[in-house]
Write a new protein. Structure first.
Length: 252
């Protein structure tokens, strides 16, 4: 490709070649020529601050929330029985089927809705073999020891129970969380984490969402409503912004 571009440049008529020299300087560089012939048109994205400072919530639906809703809708059949969710019952209320009871776990004792006040990363802080489903949405990045937290949640499930975990692969830092926002996972890293933490090992299904355009929009705080449906639906694992896993604990 480089040689072809250079040959093309050298084959330009003399007036065009002189113009290229003035624009690009000498000696001829295929990369400089490529930049000149195909300039990046940044438009409103050439900025040092995001378009939306709340991940796009002030403009519509944040892109990661669009994907989260799609994922939880797809796994709704496993949100059943006795359910454990972090902080509030948002996903259980919206996507649960045949839910018998809901417990809420939070490290913050000021959460009046919490039925369990505990640090997920503290081994044994959750009751063992008590839940049919545990939901951990966009939380693991704030946990001191993610592996211990996953192991703790795994032990809280009854045999045959399901653990649903979603994590950011690409996201701006949550400035409100201070130093607590410290982790990001690629899909393969999320799989590895659960394979290491879940004992006995279970059946894992890892799903990714996002692509280059969606990731760019999300980082700039552009809302999902500002993208076309086909732009949101394209999945490019090389530019995933969200990794999700449903892990099923084996039956005894």
């Amino acid at each position: 490709m480089k040689k072809r571009v250079v040959r093309t440049a050298r084959g330009l008529p003399e007036p065009a070649k002189e113009l290229a020299h003035r624009v690009l300087g000498a000696p001829f560089s295929s990369r400089r020529l490529r930049r000149a012939l195909r300039p990046v048109r940044w438009g409103t994205l050439r900025r040092m601050q995001p378009v939306g400072k709340r991940w796009g919530a002030e403009r519509g639906t944040p892109v990661d929330r669009f994907y989260l809703e799609r994922y939880f809708r797809s796994v709704s059949p496993v949100i059943r029985g006795r359910v454990l969710e972090v902080r509030d019952p948002a996903y259980t209320d919206r996507f649960g089927h045949g839910v018998v009871s809901v417990d809420l776990v939070d490290i913050d004792p000021r959460n009046d809705e919490a039925t369990i006040v505990a640090d997920l990363a503290e081994a044994g802080s959750l009751p063992r073999e008590s839940f049919d489903c545990a939901i951990l949405p966009q939380t693991l990045q704030f946990v001191d020891d993610p592996r211990e937290a996953i192991a703790n949640l795994w032990h809280s499930l009854v045999p045959g129970g399901a653990l649903i975990v979603t994590v950011p692969s690409v996201s701006r830092v949550d400035s409100h969380a201070g130093d607590a926002d410290r982790w990001r996972w690629l899909p393969s890293g999320l799989r590895h984490l659960l394979e290491q933490a879940c004992d006995p090992p279970g059946e894992l299904e890892v799903v990714t969402f996002g692509n280059l355009l969606a990731a760019t929009a999300f980082l700039h705080g552009v809302a999902a409503e500002e993208l076309r449906e086909d732009e949101l639906e394209l999945v490019d694992p090389n530019h995933a912004i969200l990794a999700c896993v449903t892990a099923r604990k084996p039956q005894q």
